[in-house]
Design a protein around this ligand. Structure first.
Ligand SMILES: C[S@@+](CC[C@H](N)C(=O)[O-])C[C@H]1O[C@@H](n2cnc3c(N)ncnc32)[C@H](O)[C@@H]1O
Length: 223
């Protein structure tokens, strides 16, 4: 299992999540079940991310998510999707890149039955998350908002798909030079622009946090 995960990690090292193509994932028939530790061990490029991004504290801001359905837009290799899953949420891991879907599906094979049933991976289109009305109570968009074209209309689409009191959370990099690998600065959306977007699409901002993390802001809006 360790060798398989190491090969996978090597391929991920060549990939900045979107821009670089990676070889197809290695399938595992190992019977060991996936844990959050083994997932993190496989994705060495994410090492250190727990320190600067503090995903646990980010997810705490969503409150009790047990049993809730959360769509992770631009899920990538599933850094947040699997964390949501291990908090007993139901997760729709959405991505436009078939290789990301394949990687997550490969990890899904090693989940126990309960978590496996709680994870749906979904190949989407750039302008269509492929989530149906009221299917998700929360959308999270982590390290991804700058890649979404026609951002405002996309966000409006998400709001329309949410039930009343549904939420959108966006976490992304601040527009300043950072000592870590991050998206190009010109690709980053400033927090105030997203705050304006949220107001314009009918979301009430419940959290706009520029202080908790050194490198990132966190924005949450409620319908
Ligand atoms: C930088 S990665 C972030 C992955 C993950 N959220 C994380 O925090 O590790 C951005 C991901 O967004 C995906 N993506 C880009 N545009 C998208 C869109 N319009 N809809 C869904 N996914 C998209 C890319 O394929 C890529 O996997």
């Amino acid at each position: 299992m360790k060798i398989i995960y190491s090969l996978l990690a090597l391929s991920i090292l060549l990939c900045a999540c979107k821009d670089v193509s990676i070889p197809p994932p290695v399938k595992s028939d190992d019977k060991d079940k996936l844990t959050m530790d083994s997932f993190d061990e496989a994705f060495k490029p994410n090492k250190g991310r727990d320190v600067w991004q503090r995903p646990g504290e980010i997810l705490d801001l969503l409150g009790d998510i047990k049993g809730k359905t959360i769509a992770d837009i631009g899920a990538g290799t599933g850094f947040f999707s699997f964390r949501l899953l291990f908090r007993d949420a139901k997760v729709i891991a959405v991505d436009i890149d078939p290789q990301m879907i394949e990687i997550m599906n490969d990890f899904k094979l090693n989940l126990d039955e309960i978590h496996k049933n709680n994870l749906t991976t979904r190949l989407a289109l750039p302008n269509d998350p492929k989530v149906i009305q009221d299917e998700a109570e929360i959308f999270i968009i982590i390290n991804t908002i700058g890649y979404i074209q026609n951002r405002r209309s996309y966000l409006q689409k998400l709001v329309n798909l949410l039930p009343e009191n549904g939420k959108i959370m966006i976490v992304d990099f601040k527009r300043k030079s950072l000592p870590i690998a991050a998206s190009p600065i010109e690709n980053r959306v400033p927090l105030f622009e997203l705050e304006n977007d949220f107001k314009n699409i009918g979301l009430t901002i419940t959290e706009s946090n520029d202080n908790m993390l050194d490198y990132q802001y966190i924005l949450i809006g409620e319908k």
